[in-house]
Ligand binder design. Structure first.
Ligand code: UTP
Length: 297
């Protein structure tokens, strides 16, 4: 039996420049899909996968995130007084048990690998998950739960992977595939943002990982890579060079890149259309606005 994965690291110290000016004062992870912040989707997914310890790697200007997971006694009291039990229930998912959540500062945005390394003392000597909240994954079974189940069979390090168009591989970490076994892919290499035409496959790595403490050791050793940042991909690729297993997991579900404007807007529309209370009116509106746009062209 392998160790259970109970800790997850949420690197949220990036600057979110693609959403400026909003992210000048609002952390990207607090931006909402309908009425829930991006971070709430990630936390719900982590809980479904059995995570009980939540480690946030934050930066200056991210206080709204800490407040979001705090209890709000005044608000709760007034909702209780007004008999708004449904809203009290909604708030429950934002509360964390004391000691379940920890915040670590990354003093300078030196890359995803560096952000994960900042959490090393809280991770200790056990496997852990890494979740990027700007990748929102909709599906019947939460993505991290699928991966945790697969990890129980494989061990090693595991990254979520999906097929992308060949002209998009240069935006991602990409797997060099040794073999396929259903949803599980054994990797013989991994490269971050390969130059156009050089990608070893079209299997891109997206923001869900299950990693071993050894990856933290590797992060100690590596220099800055692509884009001048300390790349998590490079530390995972080192595992392969050291003779350890690295797997890709082809998850079931739809991934929205909410770190980009187009992906964020697509997710907003899709999640709104899934809400029974919005569905009818919102769908009619979309029909209407598209029909008018097409007529005007
Ligand atoms: P991104 O590459 O999307 O960068 O980071 P970003 O700063 O969030 O956004 P843009 O590109 O400027 O618009 C991917 C994830 O890694 C985290 C980010 O917070 C995000 O969750 N990250 C990135 C860190 O925590 N620290 C870093 O130094 C870099």
């Amino acid at each position: 039996m392998r160790s259970k994965v109970t800790k997850a690291v949420f690197p949220v110290a990036g600057m979110g420049t693609r959403f400026l000016p909003a992210t000048k004062s609002v952390p990207k992870e607090i931006m909402t899909l309908v009425d829930r912040p991006l971070i709430q989707y990630a936390i719900d997914e982590a809980r479904a996968a059995g995570i009980t310890e939540f480690i946030f790697v934050t930066a200056r200007g991210k206080n709204a995130l800490e407040d979001y997971f705090d209890h709000a006694p005044d608000l709760e009291r007034s909702l209780r007084k007004a008999g708004k039990d449904d809203l009290l229930e909604v708030l429950k998912s934002t509360n964390m048990d004391s000691g379940a959540i920890a915040y670590i500062r990354q003093h300078k945005a030196m890359g995803l690998g560096h952000a994960v390394w900042c959490a090393r003392r809280l991770i200790g000597d056990e496997p852990f998950a890494v979740m990027l909240p700007d990748d929102v994954i909709a599906g019947d079974k939460p993505c991290l739960q699928q991966m945790v189940e697969a990890y129980q069979e494989t061990g090693g390090a595991m990254v979520a992977t999906m097929e992308v168009a060949p002209d998009r591989t240069s935006s991602y970490g990409v797997l060099d595939v040794e073999s396929h076994n259903g949803a599980i892919v054994k990797a013989k290499g991994m490269v971050e943002k390969p130059a156009k035409g050089t990608a070893p496959s079209n299997l891109a790595v997206i923001g869900r990982y299950i990693l071993t403490p050894n990856v933290l050791q590797n992060l100690n050793k590596i220099d800055r890579g692509a884009g001048g940042e300390v790349q998590l991909t490079d530390a995972i690729a080192m595992e392969i060079d050291q003779g350890r297993d690295v797997f890709g997991y082809k998850f079931e579900g739809h991934r929205y890149d909410c770190g980009s404007k187009a992906g964020y807007l697509q997710a907003t529309v899709a999640f709104a259309l899934d809400r029974p209370e919005l569905q009818g009116e919102f769908q009619d509106y979309l029909h209407d606005i598209l029909a008018r746009r097409l007529a005007a062209q």
